[in-house]
Structures are given as structure tokens and as C-alpha cells.
Design a protein around this ligand. Structure first.
Ligand code: NAI
Length: 329
């Protein structure tokens, strides 16, 4: 079975080649992202394998269908970048990796909190230049703070456990309340109450029409002054222009993001010698209390192994005509 892998980095190829030995699948690795301009590359293949920033919209799917593609295999959990209805119309199946390592993402969210708060990234640079001053490095105790978790699924629940370990009070909002999360001592509240009461807010819900721009001018106004906002979920949960205003107005005290609304033009690429045309990211980078990582929360050895093994199994099951356990329907 011939598979066109899009948005390939050296580490993706390395993992697929290492674990493909038992699967005998025929991979071709393309560095380019999949979108309506590049979809023709998939002609002659049966499967496309894609990642978070491939744009698998109705137009792209139309071209893929014409080229004989029968399966879209996502190497990630979120599927907001795939038009599922369009895939159904063209009888193309979509499979994903529903859970590869909730710990990887939850731990990264905790890392963003600690770094932003205790400014270890700044201390590292200072000490390297023999600047041993503590001026402006003051942080706050995480212990005793109220952490608001939005979305208490696999990653959110794991994050709750980590923050419990710090001695935080955890309040949460989810459309579906989990008894397991309640048993951790987490108190479910309305979304508005989470916004109002939290010192730190961490987003762990999927991007849907309902959650798009949930952090906006109005929700920011209801939060505590100096709020810390962490987003390791999807960029468009935050209205970027509104958060920039919140940072300028000093309403937002700290912002830690691993995802960004327009990230597909930037993330995973070395643009250090390029002129960046996205003025919003440049403005965000300019704030001393903003920490941005480029969608690396998932990036641990354990997660890469799980992503690879599950994707190989998803494709092999499709090849065999077996039930697709990880089909997106
Ligand atoms: P999950 O499906 O286990 O949990 C999502 C939770 O959000 C569920 O409990 C669901 O009920 C809740 N939810 C749905 N709609 C909601 C709403 N309107 N308001 C509040 N809660 C709502 O998903 P998981 O594995 O925990 O992943 C969460 C998100 O993390 C994914 O959707 C993905 O966008 C992101 N992610 C980011 C990664 C990274 O590297 N930065 C890696 C993996 C996932």
C-alpha cells in the first residue's frame, strides 16, 4: 500500500522507518504541507498521512478523491484541519491517533507555567553572561493558587493531577463532567466562574465552532488582573488581537502558548533568516511576559513512538479491511 506522508520532518521519517519493518508499507516522505496547491502530489497513492497544519479542506479532499486517495491518516489527535463531511462525501476514511501521550502535553503546560513564573529562561541567559542579579526575576508561589482547567479530557485530567501535586486548588469547566476528575478533588464550575476565579487558566478543550476565540475581549474582562493564560490546545481558542490588547492593558500578566492561530505559516520551520510578515506574532514575541513554543508539547520520545505505532496500525487495519478503531466519524 502506497502512502504519501506530508509535512515530514527528519524525526518523522526516522520513526516511521524504524517501526515499519513489521508492516511492509510503502512510504514516500514529502516535506511540503498538504493543501489544495500540493494535493496533486498524492496522485498514484492510496493513503495520505498528515499532521496538524496540513490543510485538508473540501477543496483538497476533492483533489485527493480524484487522485484515488481512500484514507487520510492523521498523525495527531485533533482533526479540526480536516473537513470530515467532505471526506465522507468522497468515501474517504479518516483515522487519527486519539491518545499518544497526555502526559507529554500536560507536562509541557506545567513547564510553560514554571518558566513564565520563575523566569528560568531569562536566568539562564543572564548567568551565561555573568549577570548574577535577581532584579525583575521575582515570581510567585504556585502552591495555593487557583488553577482553572477548561476541558478535562485525557490531557486536562493529567494536567489536573500535576497541578494538584503543586498544592493548587483546581476548578474546571467541561461540557461533560468526569467522575474520575471529580475524585481528584477538582471542582466543576460554569465557564464564567472559572474565568472569574482562576489565577492561572489552562486550555485543554478541542477547537470547535463553539470554542473558537473563547478567550476574547469579553472573557478577558471577567478575569482577575494579572491572569496567567496557558494554551497547549489549538491556537484559535484565543483571539490573538484581543489577547494582545489584554497584554498591552496589563490585564494579562503572563501568556504561555504552544499553539498559535496562524501557526501553519510559521511553526516547524526555521525562519531565522526570513522576514516574518505576521505582525501579530512579532507583537506577541515582543512582550517580556509571553512565552511561545512552536507546537512542541507532544514532542517526547514516548509520544513519537505511540504516534508512529498507532498510525502504522491504523493504515494496516485499513489495508486488511479490518474495523478502524480510530476512525473519525
Ligand atoms: P480529549 O478529547 O480527551 O478531551 C477534550 C475535552 O474537552 C473533553 O473532555 C471534552 O468534553 C471537552 N470539551 C469539548 N468541547 C468543550 C467545550 N465547548 N468546552 C469545554 N470543554 C469541552 O482530548 P485531549 O487528548 O485531552 O486533547 C485536548 C486537545 O489538546 C486536543 O483537542 C488538541 O487540540 C490538543 N493537543 C495539543 C497537542 C500539542 O502538541 N500542543 C498534542 C495533542 C493534543
Amino acid at each position: 500500500m502506497k502512502i504519501a506522508v506530508f509535512s515530514t520532518k527528519a524525526y518523522d521519517q526516522e520513526y516511521f522507518e524504524r517501526y515499519n519493518k513489521d508492516h511492509y508499507l510503502e512510504f514516500t516522505f514529502f516535506e511540503t504541507a498538504l493543501n489544495s496547491h500540493t494535493a496533486n502530489i498524492a496522485s498514484g497513492y492510496e493513503v495520505v498521512c498528515v499532521f496538524v497544519n496540513d490543510k485538508v479542506d473540501a477543496r483538497t479532499i476533492g483533489i485527493l478523491a480524484g487522485s484515488g486517495i481512500r484514507l487520510i491518516a492523521l498523525r495527531c489527535a485533533g482533526f479540526n484541519n480536516v473537513d470530515i463531511e467532505a471526506a465522507k462525501r468522497h468515501d474517504i476514511k479518516v483515522v487519527r491517533v486519539p491518545a499518544y501521550s497526555p502526559e507529554a502535553v500536560a507536562e509541557h503546560a506545567a513547564a510553560l507555567i514554571l518558566t513564565l513564573n520563575r523566569k528560568t529562561h531569562k536566568a539562564y541567559n543572564r548567568v551565561r553572561e555573568a549577570n548574577f542579579s535577581l532584579n525583575k526575576l521575582i515570581g510567585f508561589n504556585i502552591h495555593g493558587k487557583t488553577v482553572g482547567v477548561i476541558g478535562t479530557g485525557k490531557i486536562g485530567a493529567t494536567f489536573c493531577k500535576i497541578m494538584k501535586g503543586f498544592g493548587c486548588k483546581i476548578i474546571a469547566f467541561d461540557k461533560y463532567r468526569s467522575d474520575e476528575v471529580k475524585d481528584l478533588g477538582v471542582e466543576y464550575k460554569t465557564l464564567n466562574d472559572v474565568f472569574k476565579e482562576a489565577d492561572i487558566i489552562s486550555l485543554h478543550c478541542p477547537l470547535t465552532p463553539e470554542t473558537k476565540h473563547m478567550i476574547n475581549e469579553k472573557s478577558l474582562a471577567s478575569m482577575k488582573n494579572g491572569i496567567m493564560i496557558i494554551n497547549t490546545s489549538r491556537g484559535a481558542l484565543i483571539d490573538t488581537a484581543d489577547i494582545i490588547k489584554g497584554l498591552s492593558d496589563r490585564k494579562v500578566g503572563y501568556l504561555g502558548i504552544d499553539v498559535y492561530e496562524q501557526e501553519e505559516n510559521l511553526f516547524f520551520k526555521d525562519l531565522s533568516e526570513s522576514i516574518i510578515e505576521d505582525d501579530l506574532i512579532l507583537r506577541l514575541i515582543s512582550f517580556p511576559n509571553v512565552l511561545i513554543t512552536s507546537h512542541q508539547a507532544y514532542f517526547t520520545r514516548e509520544a513519537m513512538e505511540e504516534i508512529t505505532l498507532t498510525t502504522l496500525k491504523n493504515i494496516t487495519d485499513f489495508k486488511k479491511g479490518a474495523i478502524l478503531k480510530n476512525e473519525v466519524v
